[in-house]
Ligand binder design. Structure first.
Ligand SMILES: O=C(O)CCC(=O)C(=O)O
Ligand SMILES: [Fe+2]
Length: 427
């Protein structure tokens, strides 16, 4: 049973605009968590122009917020509707393009028992929303964000406040039907995607989706306090998320954070940001960012940044793409190589090897030399099963992408040529 947060008062009562966006650098190494300095919004996180974004954010691998990115989207034209009408309209648009009875993955992100279930869009909208009394979702107290330095512990209190202030959403363990996050609506049909949204132009250069029949484009819709646990994105691709409706809280860790720090965070935080106690914060890496992404904005998550996401409003609907191009191809390739390394280690453990032998043979930069590697095919099969992409697939994808001489600049050409060179004749 969820209980009200007794410390709620300490963060309430401060008036700031509801849709304010802020970012705070959180540094738990400092002596007093409540004396954290506000860091100014890093200048690289602010949108200037497409070329600047390509260099500073895509190649520079820095986050970016684009306010108002959804303003002209067909779906945004409906965003002012009451929740139920909005969802009914969504259902009818989606129904014109695809089968809304197809089972999808709905994560039941409730506090006590996160789990995944199969549910179609129709089922989600009708059982989670339309069949509920008009009072659903319950009115939440207006969210109040501090317009002053915010320590992570206050941010966490804020999230807990949101979670615990909605009795109707409290989980009854058996059904927890108040809190469901529909995550896997693939926007792989072009006509459906066009009926809903437009890809922000600075994110349009995409090698991944055209090759995989647009399987990495998604619609997410969740009730408040649903969440996505800490993770780095598939294939270490980029992602962008645009909030058509509602806001999301993000906790972000730069890729420079050591893996063991992230593991320590996951250990204390578990699946989401809620169970963290102040004492646990000592385990956090020295720099992480907390921010609230406003409605109508798009947020760019660079390669290899770990992030945990939390939906703040009664209904949060976002469009999300994973993608990569020449600017982050090295991140993708490095990820595949590190996955190969792990697979090799496991294979050798399985075959009872006591030592990690023959470094040279297992140096993965060289492992395109298939003739000297008896595990090559096995490693590639497992890699493809795990990561959806093996060396052969990556090579085919790059050969299907714009030709080297069509790429924008020297840095792009050099990156793609390097990866193709290392892939050799992978096949
Ligand atoms: O919105 C979410 O719940 C997750 C979004 C995310 O992980 C991403 O954009 O990479
Ligand atoms: Fe993600």
């Amino acid at each position: 049973m969820l209980h009200r947060n007794p410390r709620r008062k300490s963060i309430s009562g401060l008036k700031v605009p509801n849709k304010q966006c802020f970012v705070r650098e959180v540094n738990p190494q400092r002596d007093r968590m409540d004396k954290l300095q506000e860091v100014t919004w890093p200048s690289t996180w602010t949108y200037r122009d497409k070329q600047d974004v390509r260099e500073k954010n895509l190649r520079g691998n820095m986050p970016l917020l684009i306010p108002g990115a959804t303003a002209e989207w067909p779906l945004s034209k409906l965003a002012h509707l009451p929740t139920k009408s909005f969802l009914a309209s969504l259902l009818s648009i989606v129904e014109q393009h695809t089968n809304i009875d197809e089972p999808l993955c709905a994560a039941k992100c409730c506090a006590c028992e996160p789990s995944s279930v199969s549910m179609s869009l129709r089922e989600y909208v009708t059982t989670t929303w339309l069949a509920k009394p008009d009072a659903f979702p319950p009115k939440l107290p207006p969210l109040q964000f501090l317009d002053a330095p915010m320590a992570l512990k206050d941010a966490l209190e804020l999230l807990r406040t949101i979670t615990t202030s909605k009795p109707d959403f409290a989980c009854d363990t058996k059904s927890c039907n108040g809190s469901v996050y529909l995550k896997d609506l693939h926007l792989d049909i072009n006509s459906l995607a066009t009926a809903l949204y437009r890809v922000p132009p600075m994110f349009a250069d995409d090698f991944l989706n055209p090759f995989f029949k647009h399987q990495y484009r998604f619609l997410y819709v969740g009730t408040s306090s649903t969440f996505t646990p800490l993770h780095a994105d598939v294939l270490r691709s980029f992602s962008w998320t645009a909030n058509v409706r509602g806001r999301k809280a993000w906790l972000l860790f730069p890729p420079t954070q050591k893996a063991e720090h992230l593991a320590a965070f996951e250990q204390v935080a578990g699946l989401d940001l809620r169970g963290v106690k102040e004492a646990d914060l000592q385990a956090l890496p020295s720099h992480c960012f907390f921010m609230v992404q406003p409605e109508g904005s798009a947020f760019f998550v660079p390669s290899n940044w770990y992030h945990a996401v939390f939906n703040l409003d009664p209904l949060t609907l976002s469009i999300n793409h994973n993608w990569f191009n020449a600017t982050n191809i090295m991140h993708v390739f490095e990820h595949l190589k590190s996955q190969e390394l792990s697979i090799r280690k496991e294979l050798s453990a399985w075959s009872n090897e006591t030592h990690w032998q023959n470094e040279k043979k297992n140096n993965l930069c060289d492992s395109s030399d298939k003739s000297s590697d008896e595990n090559y095919e096995t490693v590639q099969t497992i890699l493809k099963a795990n990561a959806a992409l093996d060396r052969k697939g990556l090579r085919a994808l790059l050969l299907a992408a714009p030709r080297l001489d069509h790429l924008e600049n020297d840095a792009d050409r050099a990156a793609v040529a390097t990866v193709l060179g290392q892939l050799g004749n992978a096949g």
